[in-house]
Ligand binder design. Sequence first.
Ligand SMILES: [Fe+2]
Length: 237
Amino acid sequence: MILQPGGFAPHPLSLTELDNRQDRLLIQMFFLHPKAGLCPNGAWMKMESLTDLLIDGLQEASDAEQQLLEVLPTMSRVASSEELQEDFSLHAEQTGAQLKRVENILNELHAKPIGGEPAEGMRGIIAEADRLIAEAPQTDPAVFDAALIAVAQRAEHYQIAVYGTLRTYAQILGATEALEPLRLTLNEEVEMDRKLTALAETAVNLDAAEADEQLQQEAIGEAEGSNAGELSGSPIK
Ligand SMILES: [Fe+2]
């Protein structure tokens, strides 16, 4: 990939400015990269590789958002819990806006929205969601919602990792135009993940556990019935 004109200006950044361990690790890894180095005045030189990584990552994020945008309306439709339906519906709207943000940043970089590696990680998660949706009619509604939350959280965690890395690249590169939209999207993904965790912990998983209890009771009832049948049929000595 070629660095496009208008790429980001090098931005000197000290490790203490970085707000978490992941950021510090990334900048240390970048410093160890054979193409990276520091000018005598402390500013970064040779930013090509990191700008390329930023563009690749943005293209991957764009592909991931498009894939998610296709499945979220169905997830909202098939969820049993009204709250979960609303969460998925809200996140479908957010995903549309997030996709636009990524495309705008790529536009500013004169890069195509698609062109790098496709988001294979998201493809696997979406395939799992599709399998789950196909099994919906045979699944207990509460258990189905619990499984939907689990798959949605995998998608969120994947995106949190992607956007967390992109935000760090933008921070290192001093790309303020990209930084704010990336932060906004990252916050939305984290917030949605928290909402899903809260919903799972307070309602959905508890309902799903009730389905387990009911199954256990039925199994006990069947076993008792079968034992009683055996006893009544046994010869009297
Ligand atoms: Fe997203």
